[in-house]
Design a protein around this ligand. Structure first.
Ligand SMILES: Cc1cc2nc3c(=O)[nH]c(=O)nc-3n(C[C@H](O)[C@H](O)[C@H](O)COP(=O)(O)O)c2cc1C
Length: 453
């Protein structure tokens, strides 16, 4: 069994409630910090751990915290990004729903380290039932003296507020989130200035993902150096992976970042293989925005090494042969899945979610959806495939926020690795149309790239 640091107590009945959480070692890390550590020591411990942000970009958390501006007399804010709207990603939901006190304890320690007396949890609107769970945990923690004024007699004050979003993917982008939190439309801001200098209400702000902040608890419990012994290379510790698609056991798994992709997909401890003896066709390992990888490049890197569930190994080879860890939304496609249809579905999502501020994204996402629909339904031409390539190329890197890139990468990777399948839709219009309308069973018309193990 792989070692666990976040979900090790998730199976305990009643762990959602303060008493059970506390009886099982909860708030020991907060106690340690408040009694024996200075804010700088906490930041140092997080730096030593090598923790990288779990929201998608993988930026080192300790380093990010050290960028926070500290002008005299100006409040600082910590914002917990619980927007989790990336298709395929549902791991923060698990933490908040089942072990909310782990997040509250992580917020307390992190707020102390940053000198923030007000912290917001910004949660996606569709998680309608979770704010109540969080609010219950907050009031329990307050009653036990872990929140409010003069926490545990240390003179440190902290209030945590839960703010519901209205269900926009763009509000997961940190500056759009800040705008939304201020009561405005969630349009991303131009950076710089970065939130660490001018964030919420123009004050220094750190925005971190739910899992990142929860991970601070085990880091303090075992120490940054010990934490860094988990995992490999620059992928220290454990990572939550939400696995879905064509696998026997969809769910949220905590992995130590030293296992192979093959072990993750096929072992009984994790996904348990692919149903009905079907073959693996492709995978999107980090949420819908990261490039799709065909089976032949998924289990082994271009160098012939086993591909590992680490930031480095998943991106090995760049976009030509690699992909990204992203937010850990692991989507598996078996041989019965149509990559063109799948890409069209994603394009529809990004078109719908584009905030419309930047022309390449506003116009390009809709245009990609339109061309993909044409190809998928058997009405496309070979030139449309080139047109699609050209549109995605003109979006990437040309927008204020990375939503444009997130929309372009899936299309680029699908064409790069599955061009034959796009061409088949053009050269077999009638069959493509029947499949599109669900009137014919989809069986891959082309040889599935063999998974090399
Ligand atoms: C369109 C878009 C959506 C995003 N959605 C989320 C999200 O739902 N949750 C999240 O933690 N980060 C999301 N991010 C990344 C955040 O902007 C930010 O990098 C992250 O919250 C930082 O936290 P971390 O350093 O702990 O990873 C998104 C980014 C973009 C461009």
């Amino acid at each position: 069994m792989g070692r666990k640091l976040l979900l090790d107590k998730a199976h305990i009945e009643g762990i959602r409630y303060y008493k059970t959480y506390r009886d099982n070692g909860g708030y020991a890390a907060a106690e340690k910090v408040l009694k024996n550590m200075s804010p700088d020591q906490v930041v140092e411990e997080v730096k030593k751990s090598g923790l990288r942000g779990r929201g998608g970009a993988g930026f080192p958390t300790g380093l990010k915290w050290s960028f926070l501006a500290k002008p005299e007399g100006v409040p600082r804010y910590l914002v917990c990004n619980a927007d989790e709207s990336e298709p395929g990603t549902f791991k923060d939901r698990y933490l908040m729903e089942f072990i909310p006190h782990l997040l509250i304890e992580g917020l307390l320690i992190s707020s102390f380290a940053l000198g923030a007396n007000t912290t917001y949890i910004y949660i996606r609107g569709e998680y309608a039932w979770i704010p109540d769970i969080l609010e219950q945990a907050i009031s329990e923690a307050k009653e036990a003296g872990w929140l409010g004024k003069n926490i545990q007699g240390t003179g440190f004050d902290l209030e945590i507020y839960v703010q519901r979003g209205a269900g926009a993917y763009i509000c997961g982008e940190e500056t759009a989130l800040i705008e939304s939190l201020e009561g405005k439309r969630g349009n991303p801001r131009i950076k710089p200035p970065f939130p660490a200098v001018k964030g919420l209400y123009q004050c220094p702000t750190v925005v971190n993902n739910v899992e990142t902040l929860a991970t601070v608890v085990p880091i303090i419990n075992i120490g940054g150096e010990e934490y860094a012994k988990y995992g490999t290379g620059k992928s220290t510790g454990t990572k939550l992976i939400s696995a879905c698609g064509n696998i026997n056991k969809p769910g949220v798994y905590e992995i130590e970042m030293n296992i192979s992709v093959e072990e993750f997909i096929y072992s009984e401890e994790y996904c348990g293989g692919i149903p009905n003896g079907k073959r693996l066709k492709a995978c999107i390992p980090g949420g819908s925005s990261v490039p799709i990888v065909p089976a032949n490049l998924l289990l082994k890197t271009a160098k012939g090494e086993a591909r590992m569930m680490t930031y480095e190994s998943l991106s090995d080879g760049g976009f030509a042969t690699g992909t990204m860890m992203g937010s850990g939304g692991f989507i598996v496609l078996d041989e019965d899945q149509c990559v063109v249809r799948h890409t069209m579905t994603l394009a529809r999502f990004y078109h719908h979610e584009s905030c419309g501020q930047c022309s390449p994204c506003r116009e390009g996402t809709g245009w990609m959806e339109k061309v993909l629909k044409k190809i998928e339904t058997g009405k496309g031409t070979l030139e449309d495939i080139d047109l699609l390539w050209d549109i995605q190329r003109r979006i990437e890197g040309n927008t204020i926020c990375p939503l444009g890139d997130a929309a372009a990468w899936p299309v680029a990777a699908a064409i790069r690795h599955f061009r034959d399948e796009f061409e088949w839709h053009v050269t077999h219009p009638e069959e493509a149309q029947l499949r599109s309308f669900g009137l014919a069973h989809y069986a891959d018309p082309l040889p599935v790239p063999e998974a090399t193990v």
